[in-house]
Design a protein around this ligand. Structure first.
Ligand SMILES: [Zn+2]
Length: 407
């Protein structure tokens, strides 16, 4: 399976300029490809092939005065941009046909220089390399300083260079994992666990453990709130407002990093300790307009579940997602009687049938585990109800503009 490892880059002034050029050219080629497709569609003609686009939008375009500057960047970057446009269309069409999982995708849109995230991709044949002194050598850009926060487990097949909204540069490498090494790292376990994602705690486990977001994350969130408040007090169009906006972007990035770090640590721990993991399927779309929706969004549960999914696949674990509408909070986990709806403020309740006193979230976590059929069978082996394959998309097609923690 493929994973991404991201590292902070420290390009010098010259390299930043060269990267800006690469971002710009890659964007122009992408937009030209979208336009060519749109024009063909409007004229009722067949879509141009990848080969035709490559010839017209790169090779021939370089000879025109309007696009001559395309020659200043690595042509592999431009080819990759064409391929990205192609796959954006492919995803769009499979989504239209209903063959693609997840939310419906829109048609590819034009990219703008004002987009918060800029990126270029270098594939294996792009003649990029990691130098002996640990710099990332990119064609027509140079040897860029890298902050290696961990070692790469294998030789990467491609690298994407990203500039995020906070103005930071990252290199995101794609690595093929080694199944043998993974099996040694996380041997099989006979434990199973149910997870309830709730409002009062980040997660409550079926063994009674309550997990809150760590202090470093709460501190980053507090700083973000403060930065937001300062921004709202600045006059529109003023220099101070621009400064405050950058501060907000940086605080945002720090919160996102801290949250990702927390999610990585927790998901790795849960996957390492348990063979079977059951969790409620929080399809955020289904929660729209509920009180939980904001909380789900803020806590980033979907990305947490995504991590559980790809790590389960990587380490041979079973992740079971159960429907959001199983009455996990209403059912007594001791006797199975449905005790009726419990308002959100009820944190503890007594079962009317068997008299067991329940902690709301702990009871729900046990029910999640049971509903998933993960109760350990008589011989002690975990029962495996139809394993749900981890989502490919979660494994690395998202840029993780952060320190690498693809544990
Ligand atoms: Zn009961």
């Amino acid at each position: 399976m493929q994973l991404r490892y991201s590292f902070r880059l420290r390009p010098d002034a010259y390299q930043q300029k060269a990267l800006a050029k690469a971002f710009g050219c890659s964007r122009v080629v992408f937009n030209d490809a979208v336009r060519a497709r749109e024009d063909a569609r409007r004229a009722g003609q067949p879509f141009p092939t990848a080969g035709q686009l490559s010839r017209k939008l790169i090779t021939e375009a370089k000879r025109t005065p309007e696009r001559s500057w395309l020659a200043e960047v690595s042509s592999v970057v431009l080819q990759q941009s064409l391929r990205d446009a192609e796959s954006a269309y492919k995803n769009f069409f499979t989504s239209l046909k209903g063959e693609r999982r997840g939310a419906k995708m829109g048609a590819p849109r034009f990219k703008s220089r004002k987009d918060a995230r800029q990126s270029v991709r270098f594939t294996a044949n792009a003649r990029w390399s990691i130098t002996g002194s640990g710099r990332l050598n990119l064609p027509k850009i140079g040897a860029v300083k890298v902050k290696w926060s961990r070692t790469l487990p294998a030789t990467p097949t491609s690298v994407t260079v990203i500039k995020d909204a906070a103005g930071r540069f990252f290199a995101s490498f794609v690595i093929d994992t080694d199944p043998a090494a993974d099996a040694t790292r996380m041997p099989e376990s006979d434990r199973t666990i149910g997870i309830d994602l709730g409002l009062t705690h980040f997660a409550v486990l079926s063994d009674g453990t309550k997990i809150d977001s760590p202090r470093f994350l709460r501190r980053a969130e507090k700083k973000l709130k403060k930065a937001h408040k300062e921004l709202s007090r600045k006059q529109k169009g003023s220099k101070n407002r621009a400064k405050a906006r950058l501060k907000v972007a940086r605080a945002h990035a720090r919160v996102a990093d801290a949250r990702r770090e927390f999610h990585h640590q927790l998901s790795t721990k849960l996957i390492s300790e348990n063979q079977g993991i059951a969790v409620e399927d929080l399809t955020v779309a289904g929660l729209a307009r509920t009180r939980l929706a904001k909380s789900v969004h803020d806590a980033g549960w979907s990305s947490f579940i995504g991590m559980l999914a790809y790590k389960a696949e990587r380490y041979g674990r079973t992740l079971v997602k159960i429907g959001r509408f199983e009455p996990t909070t209403q059912t007594c986990s001791t006797c199975g009687v449905k005790d009726g709806p419990k308002p959100l403020n009820v944190r503890e309740w007594t079962c009317g049938a068997c008299g067991t006193v329940h902690d709301r979230d702990h009871n729900a976590a046990i029910n999640v585990k049971t509903a998933a059929g993960l109760a350990v069978s008589a011989c002690g082996a975990p029962v495996r109800p139809g394993a749900i394959p981890a989502q490919r998309e979660e494994t690395g097609s998202h840029g993780f503009p952060t320190e690498p923690r693809a544990a």
